[in-house]
Every structure is written in C-alpha cells, then in structure tokens.
Ligand binder design. Structure first.
Ligand code: CA
Length: 399
C-alpha cells in the first residue's frame, strides 16, 4: 500500500495510514495474500485461477471505512418505503411478471414461491437486474479478508467466490457488487450463492449475474430453504383499538389471529380479522401512531434475506402492489412524507438548476445531494436536515 491509497481513504483508514507506515501495510497485505493463496489451493481452487484473478489484487481502504461507518441517521420508514415501493418499481415489476411469466410459473411449481414475491425481491435487490453494484467484488473481499474486524468471515466469502470462479459459474470480469460482497441480480453473498444458487436455464452454470432465470429460481430456493409456506399470507395491515397496549408488539411475539381479534384488532379497513391464518406478531414500524401490521412466519422468511423489518415490509408490500393491491390504508405519522425516485430526481434537477454540483441525477440521495439540500434549506428558511421530503419538493416546484 502506498500513500496514494491513503489519500482516497475515508477518515478511519487515514488514521490507519498514519499509524502504520505504508511499507509495513504493504508487507502485511502481501503476507495475507500469500496465506490466502495457500488456503484457496487447499480448498481445491486451481493455482491458475488464483494467479489470474487474485494474485495481483490491491486493497481498497475505503471499504474498511464503510465496514465501521455508523449510519448518519436512521431513515424514517416512510422515506425507505417511498423509494423502494414507488409507482416506477410497481409498473416495472408488473412488466417483468409478464415478460418472465412462463419461467416464474415453473419456479413456483418447483419451489413453492409465488411470482410476485420473487419479483419483488429482484426489484428491491437490483432494480430487476439493472443495478448490480459498482464495486469490484474481489478487491472489496480481499481487503476485508486481510484488514478490519471481521476478517475470518470475509476470508471465507472471498475463498468461496474464488471457488465459484474456478468452477465456471461466474465470469470474473462481471464481478461487481456491494462493498460488503453481495452481488448478482439478487445480491447473494458468495456463501449463500454456493449453498442455494441453482442453474434454472439449464446451461450448466449457476449464473446469478447474467441469467434472470437462475437469479429468480435461486431466490425462490432461498425462500424455500428458509421455510416459506406457499399457502400462507405474509400478514395483514391492521387497526389497533384505542388505548392499545403497545408492549404486546414485536415480530416474534406471535399469537393466534383469534387472540388478536379478542384484543380488539381488526383489518385496516375496519372489517374483522380472518379466522384462519398464521400465528402473527404485531409490527409497529413507526410506533402506535403509524400503520400497524400482523405478520406471520412468511414475513420472518423474508427477514432471512435481510434482517431489517423495514426491508421485509418493503418486499411484501411491493409483492402486494405487483398483484394489484393498494397502498397502505393508514398514513405515516409525519407532515412531510417521503418521495419516490422520480420525485427525488426532480429535487436533484432543481438543485442542479440552482447551481449546485451534485453529480448525475440518479434519484439516490448521497452525500453531495444532502449537502446541497442543507444549503438550500438554509436559503429557504426550512428545517435544515438534508432530507429530500415532500415539503422541500413543494417549495422547489413553486420557485
Ligand atoms: Ca444457468
């Protein structure tokens, strides 16, 4: 590692660069790489594969900063859902359901997971295969294998990825992904890929990067493995009675629907809860004042894909919307709702028109967009929080 590498690194890595001289860091990395080569060969990876794709890798210290980054603020559930489940993703998903209908029906027959659920995961994970992540996967994983606080975990992922390359399932030149090593159209970690990915298009390769049928079937296989019950609903939006004891809430505190009905819960439109359905936990993503949900075992299976309950709620809601379902009945407890990706792009364009340098209009609110929003909020006399919400958009539209 030379000091050029340090120059691009974020704060935590800068500290590392200052404490450990560049030459020592380079030595340590090179020793680590040699050890990884031995481990790879022991696992049956060919020397040719390692030497072609791993032997000359250089670490990327910016990945370490991401490993230790604390989220700047917790995204409100209404911001999270408004981009993941917007009109664009619903209509794109419905087009995908039509386009891949035959394949999705075969997948449902084999794995017992319905088309809308599989397509919803695809839509959230990679925008239906369009957004696979831009970071070079081998670089990220080799960095995390040799530096930082979870080396053993990432070493296993790195070596597993080399095995996948060696076996010809993935093309090394197509390997980009998230900084943490998830990749492909359904953003699997290499270990999950190794365990559950399937070759559904029959070309002999389990290719979740370039084959939509492989990616969709592998997602269904993941859900099946997690215990998906094809006959069961994920849950229901519900209404709480006045004075409800919110200490009863919690995804894992499951009770029968009859018990919940006896506690005064109804469906969100006021009609009674079904009499037959899975034992369910009560989810209150925004506390007692926002939308409430009873969620069953299938919701837990979605959490197996990503443990955030907000993620699982986005998936099951998008799946409902793909089937023609409506938006949630209860409003979120805010006077400044979240924006769709189209509306976020509109905010970004308005900022550019006002002379802010925020890079390309992409609908993703990154650091530069946030800083520009703050500056504009100061100028407009709004609350300065760097958030792209409905109030900001309304003011920008009027000017
Ligand atoms: Ca295949």
């Amino acid at each position: 590692m030379n000091m050029n590498g340090c120059r691009f690194a974020a704060s935590i890595a800068l500290v590392l660069c200052m404490v450990v001289p560049g030459a020592a860091l380079a030595d340590e990395f090179s020793t680590c790489l040699t050890r990884l080569r031995g481990d790879a060969l022991k696992r049956g990876v060919s020397a040719a594969t390692f030497d072609a794709h791993a032997a000359r890798l250089q670490p990327d210290l910016s990945v370490l900063a991401l490993l230790d980054a604390q989220p700047e603020f917790v995204t409100p559930i209404w911001d999270y859902l408004s981009t993941l489940v917007d009109e664009e993703r619903v209509s794109d998903g419905q087009a995908m359901l039509e386009r891949w209908n035959a394949v999705l029906r075969q997948i449902e027959a084999r794995y017992g997971v319905d088309p809308a659920t599989v397509v919803a995961i695809w839509g959230v994970e990679s925008d239906y295969g369009r957004s696979l992540g831009k970071r070079p996967l081998l670089v990220s994983l080799v960095t995390l294998s040799c530096m930082g606080r979870r080396q053993a975990f990432f070493r296993d992922e790195f070596l597993t990825l080399l095995t996948l390359i060696d076996d010809g399932h993935v093309k090394p030149e197509r390997l980009t992904g998230s900084w943490a090593g998830a990749f492909g159209q359904t953003q699997f970690m290499p270990s999950a890929y190794m365990r559950v990915a399937v070759d559904f298009d029959g070309d002999g390769r389990r290719d979740l990067v370039d084959s939509a049928p492989d990616a969709l079937a592998s997602t269904a296989n993941f859900m099946r493995e997690g215990g998906w019950d094809s006959g069961a609903p994920w849950g229901y939006e519900v209404k709480l009675p006045a004075g409800f004891d919110v200490s009863l809430a919690g995804r894992r505190k499951k009770r029968s629907l009859a018990t919940w009905a006896a506690r005064g819960l109804s469906l969100a439109d006021g009609s009674p809860l079904p009499t037959v359905g899975p034992d369910s936990g009560l989810l209150l993503p925004a506390g007692a004042a926002g939308a409430a949900f009873l969620v069953g075992r299938n919701f837990d299976v979605v959490c197996g894909y990503n443990p955030a309950e907000s993620y699982a709620l986005a998936i099951v809601h998008l799946a409902d919307r793909l089937r023609g379902g409506k938006a949630f009945v209860a409003p979120w407890p805010t006077d400044d709702p979240g924006l769709s990706r189209a509306e976020r792009r509109e905010v970004q364009q308005a900022l550019i028109n006002r002379g802010y340098d925020i890079g390309a209009v992409d609908g993703a609110i990154g650091e530069r967009t946030r800083e520009a929003i703050k500056a504009e909020q100061v100028a407009l006399g709004l609350t300065v929080d760097g958030r792209a919400g409905r109030k900001l958009l309304t003011v920008l539209r009027g000017r």
